[in-house]
Design a protein around this ligand. Structure first.
Ligand code: GDP
Ligand code: MN
Length: 340
């Protein structure tokens, strides 16, 4: 009987619902949550959901990051519901705040202008700090260094289904580097010069562009002349930090950062990550997790393939699945993946 206790007293196999078989194998992975102290209760709900749907079995650790120290209450409340280790880190000043070499007059004029045009977060400086941090710094934080894989979680997101497998191990075993659940179009106004800089970088560094890249997903002309604004929604990400820490992405980020567009425009970490994954990785290393039911207002990905919905005991409304929305890029991604 394979469920008989082993020498060290633990059963060799624990049978979980839906015939999952428990394994002690783990990836070198962590959850990472960037948030503010005043988001305590929204963060509690996200963590409680991922614990209930996944981590009460897998016990992956958490890293919380903030540009100000987390309060004792924040740490106490979260530790109380987390089934594994949680670490709470302070972001180094230069990883967060606007660098001195940014022309503040130009930056504040851009914020005022975008605010007057009602561009979402157009007037916000802290949002720009956040986007730059998520683009180029979170994976360099001292608490993140020891990990290879991360799963990004935000306050106030929802996981609608049991997650009956280990997404980190799936990625490791299938040679993936980046996974998403929702993909959509970016607001052009926030990244007006980004693609021009991407093209300049590619011209100067053709060695970084993967021969089997996913340019055909992010550029409708296929040649990369124009960016179609498709990106992976980065509030959910499971990815390999060695990719971000590697030479291609590091020089890409440095190049983009030196253009100042995180402050003179409002470049998001989602298009920056997505463009890099599409260009510097093999297209087969980008993965869509249909199984993971996920909601970040106002959009939900609800599992739809095979038995994912019933097996995961999902509670999302399949009729309200962003996958089929007119502004979803999933169709484009899947069409690209299947034709090439
Ligand atoms: P949205 O998803 O684009 O609407 O942006 P959010 O407001 O959700 O911010 C994205 C992530 O960054 C969330 O995890 C936030 O908690 C976090 N975040 C945003 N601004 C700040 C900030 O000023 N300080 C900290 N510590 N976290 C922030
Ligand atoms: Mn958010």
């Amino acid at each position: 009987d394979s469920s008989a206790p082993t020498e060290h007293g633990k059963p060799a196999k624990i049978y979980l619902p839906n015939n999952q078989i428990y394994s002690e194998r783990r990836a070198n992975a962590t959850f990472v949550i960037l948030c503010r102290n005043d988001q305590l209760w929204d963060t509690m709900r996200s963590v409680r959901e991922i614990e209930d749907k996944f981590n009460h079995i897998y016990h992956y650790p958490y890293v919380f990051l903030n540009e100000v120290p987390f309060t004792d209450e924040f740490k106490y409340r979260l530790n109380n519901i987390i089934s594994s280790k949680a670490e709470f880190g302070l972001i180094p000043h230069d990883h967060w705040f606007q660098p001195d070499w940014i022309d503040e007059e130009k930056a504040s004029a851009s914020r005022a202008q975008m605010q007057s045009e009602n561009i979402i977060y157009g007037g916000s400086l802290s949002y720009r700090n956040m986007c730059r941090f998520n683009s180029g710094f979170f994976f360099r934080h001292p608490l993140m260094q020891k990990y290879k894989w991360y799963w990004r979680i935000e306050p106030d997101v929802h996981f609608h289904c049991d997650i009956l497998f280990d997404p980190f191990l799936y990625m490791e075993d299938h040679n993936k580097i980046y996974a998403f659940t929702i993909s959509m179009y970016e607001y052009e106004r926030t990244i007006q010069t980004l693609w021009g800089h991407v093209k300049d970088f590619m011209k100067q560094n053709p060695q970084y562009v993967h021969p089997n890249n996913a340019m055909g997903f992010i550029s409708d002309d296929g040649s990369g002349d124009r960016y179609n604004l498709c990106h992976f929604w980065s509030n959910f990400e499971i990815a390999n930090m060695e990719f971000w820490r590697g030479e291609a992405y590091m020089s890409f980020f440095e190049y983009l950062d030196s253009q100042g567009g995180f402050y003179y425009e409002r470049w998001g970490d989602a298009p920056v990550h997505s463009i890099a994954a599409a260009l510097f990785a093999s297209k087969d290393q980008i993965h869509f997790f249909d199984e993971i039911g996920y909601e970040h207002a106002p959009y939900t990905h609800c599992p739809k393939e095979g038995d994912h919905f019933t097996r995961g005991r999902c509670s999302c409304n399949p009729g309200n699945n962003f996958d089929f929305d007119g502004i979803s890029c999933l169709n484009k991604f899947q069409a690209f993946m299947s034709r090439s």
